[in-house]
Ligand binder design. Sequence first.
Ligand SMILES: Cc1ncc(COP(=O)(O)O)c(C=O)c1O
Length: 161
Amino acid sequence: MNYDINEIRSHFPSLASGAIFFDNPGGTQVSQAVIDAMIAYYTTANANTHGAFETSRRTDETIAAGRAALADFLNARSSNEIIFGANMTTLTFNIARALGRWLNPGDEIIVTHLDHDADISPWLALQERTIARWIWQISKSIFRQKPGSLRSAARRTRSAR
Ligand SMILES: Cc1ncc(COP(=O)(O)O)c(C=O)c1O
């Protein structure tokens, strides 16, 4: 499939500034359609959810439409699988806290030294409950392995500790 990169870039006003944005998660650039939708939301809704008044109903509809669109985009089974949160770090802390309830002392969480701190710190926090975490120092050879072999590679590395 061929993409017209200039056509795509033209939808992102910030790219016209000449700045080069290397850190995507730290400052994701949005298209004019997103900017327009945000302006429309802030000027016609911008209320708490589940209220019995018009701006709240519009907010509920906007969230429901966003979840449905993302479910379609990600091929999720239902929009119930789509959750929006403040940011990746906060969501991962929430997931770690939630899953931590089902973990037992001695269980291990494996993260790698290639992971962003946002995917390490939430699991380190579980150490308070004596759930071990393990930072796997990945070597270059791992990139040549098939995903299915990662489990045995992790086991081998673990027994070599
Ligand atoms: C690679 C990577 N992952 C995760 C994050 C954390 O993202 P968030 O700011 O949504 O918590 C960042 C932040 O810059 C990042 O660069």
